[in-house]
Design a binder for this molecule. Sequence first.
Ligand SMILES: [Zn+2]
Length: 117
Amino acid sequence: MVAMLPLERTVRQRIIDLLTDTRLSSYQLAQRLGISERQVEDHLVHVVKSLTRDRSRRFLMEPAACLDCGFVFRNRSKLTRPSRCPTCRSEQITDPRYGIDSLRAKPQRLDRSASSE
Ligand SMILES: [Zn+2]
């Protein structure tokens, strides 16, 4: 049986697949998905929301940083790249990168002796 999924949903699922256990910028995601960075950022907002209810995965964002003075945009709530450094006014800002980490599925049991890592 073939289910026809809405396009929006399949794009978000592909974003989740692409980000799992790696880090990519919105530019890199846009290249892989064949959509604009603006569209990637719109989808990311929904991906973040859906993953907050998912105990097996966690969305992470490496914040943008200024290449000239090292300022890190830690408190930035938007997913987009800032255009200018607030301390030195430089426009040499790195892209924020996104990723999804898979978490261990058994939060109830802490069986350290069985770990082989
Ligand atoms: Zn700076």
